[in-house]
Design a protein around this ligand. Structure first.
Ligand SMILES: Cc1cc2nc3c(=O)[nH]c(=O)nc-3n(C[C@H](O)[C@H](O)[C@H](O)COP(=O)(O)OP(=O)(O)OC[C@H]3O[C@@H](n4cnc5c(N)ncnc54)[C@H](O)[C@@H]3O)c2cc1C
Length: 440
């Protein structure tokens, strides 16, 4: 897709290199790469500002990742957790949206490079997020998909539902056993959510739908290398989450590193193996290439190191935010890779840019932790608000309300609420479709 140079603020042929000061005669040009939680919040917080904002994303939609596991387990449809970026910013007159993949950044020329063009910036916000990682075992990706995109979610949904379909027609007991064994590697929030949702699907939702198999006999195993599930939560809530998972019939294996993943299942550190036709990966995270683009230091997860103003070293006009930044809070701890942190960083970056333009001092970024939530299943969740800790139904209610509140778009909120209400009353899931490459 080609645009005319004049149509994009800062677009077109490579301009002459400029210093950090803004050339006379044009409004400051703010380029935001990534329209996830961080980038979108940066853009929206510049809506009243006398700047030109260009938002670049490789996709045309903003994805609400916290509910992606429900797409993967047939609870919601993809469109219920995604909203077109253009629609979100359609009323923001100073914002232009480009659907392009960024491939590099020339900090000297102050340009962002996509496959089609170079776009000049005066201020740059990089919010390109993170992806799952296999700790150097990338060959495991085909056998054990992770959950990050809508394509991942529909692939996982197809694998889960296909496993039941194939088990229904399998003649061999051993093969049927492997088809009815679901392994989730990684006991963080995504692993816990997937395990709980698959167990409920097997035991409550589809239990009357098959004739030859008993779906409720399916094994769901959550395998975690560390000491406990949900390691960022207080130990008492990890223990409660484990008990709630076990109540749903999930087998939780702790201190159990996975050493092999292939079509047959997983191998464990003690030399044993679990045969499974459906292995899902929820164990590691690797940041986007932002640090490489900028040529700045990164931590072990590839996150670009930033100072207390979210600038990478030596780049006062560049802000790296959200999951792709290695930022440290006032308490000296790493700011966590969660949606509220990315949103706060986006809001901060917008304010810091306006302060720089007005030659006002820029205060350091302060992360405010309003609490951690993780859901386990229908009526089961844990919530940590510091002194207040909840589990079971009250935590699940808070989780549901919080996710409805933060979901982008009124229509999506209503649609998700109705689906949840129906699922709650009837134990049904609306999106039990095996699609994509599986229906060719
Ligand atoms: C399955 C899952 C469940 C989660 N659950 C929770 C939860 O319950 N609560 C919570 O707080 N957090 C949760 N998180 C984490 C939360 O979603 C992230 O912390 C948050 O999305 C980070 O926001 P971000 O803006 O940094 O990146 P993202 O939201 O990931 O957005 C990055 C954007 O950059 C775009 N992009 C990437 N590379 C390029 C490129 N080269 N060119 C152009 N565009 C690019 C992407 O298309 C994307 O739109 C979950 C994450 C996952 C994957």
């Amino acid at each position: 897709m080609r645009y005319f140079a004049d149509e994009i603020p800062g677009g077109g042929p490579l301009p002459k290199p400029q210093s950090a000061s803004i050339a006379e005669g044009h409004r400051p040009r703010v380029v935001i790469v990534g329209a996830g939680f961080g980038g979108l919040n940066a853009a929206m917080n510049l809506r009243q500002a006398d700047v030109d904002v260009t938002v670049i994303d490789r996709r045309n939609y903003h994805l609400f990742q916290p509910l992606l596991y429900q797409v993967a387990t047939a609870g919601l449809s993809p469109a219920q957790v995604a909203t077109p970026i253009r629609r979100i910013l359609s009323r923001q007159a100073n914002a232009t949206v480009l659907m392009e993949r960024v491939e590099g950044i020339d900090t000297k020329a102050q340009t962002v490079e996509t496959s089609n063009r170079r776009i000049h910036y005066d201020y740059l916000v990089i919010a390109t997020g993170a992806r799952h990682a296999y700790f150097g075992n990338d060959a495991w990706a085909d056998a054990a998909p992770g959950l990050k995109t809508i394509a991942d979610a529909t692939e996982i949904r197809a694998r889960i539902l296909s496993a039941f379909e194939r088990a229904e027609v399998a003649e061999d007991e051993k093969i049927r056993g492997a088809l009815l064994t679901f392994v989730i590697v990684g006991g963080g929030p995504t692993g816990v959510e997937l395990a709980g949702a698959i167990a409920e699907l097997a035991r409550k939702v589809i239990v009357r739908d098959f004739r030859r198999i008993d779906s409720s006999s399916a094994r769901v195993l959550l395998i975690e290398a560390g000491e406990r599930v949900l390691p960022t939560m207080p130990p008492c809530l990890s223990e409660k989450a484990k008990r709630q998972l076990e109540g749903l019939g999930v087998e939780v294996l702790l201190r159990t590193p996975v050493t092999q993943c292939d079509e047959a299942g997983v191998g464990l550190a003690d030399g044993s193996a679990i045969e499974s036709a459906c292995v899902l990966w929820a164990a590691g995270v690797m940041a986007s290439k932002a640090a490489k683009w900028l040529g700045v230091p990164a931590d072990r997860a590839g996150r670009a190191m930033v100072d207390e103003k979210l600038n990478p070293p030596g780049h006062e006009t560049i802000f790296v935010i959200g999951d792709t930044a290695a930022a440290v809070g006032e308490d000296g701890k790493q700011v966590p890779g969660v949606a509220p942190a990315a949103k706060q960083m986006g809001q901060y970056a917008a304010g810091a840019i306006l302060a720089r333009i007005a030659n006002r001092p820029v205060e350091p970024f302060r992360y405010r932790n309003f609490g951690n939530l993780a859901t386990i299943g229908r009526k089961a969740a844990v919530a940590d608000f510091g002194r207040v800790r909840l589990s079971g139904f009250p935590a699940w209610l808070v989780w549901g309300l919080a996710h409805l509140w933060f979901l982008v778009g009124f229509r999506n909120r209503v649609a998700v609420f109705l689906d949840w209400a129906f699922a709650y009353l009837r134990y049904d899931r609306s999106a039990r479709l095996i699609t994509d490459r599986h229906d060719r």
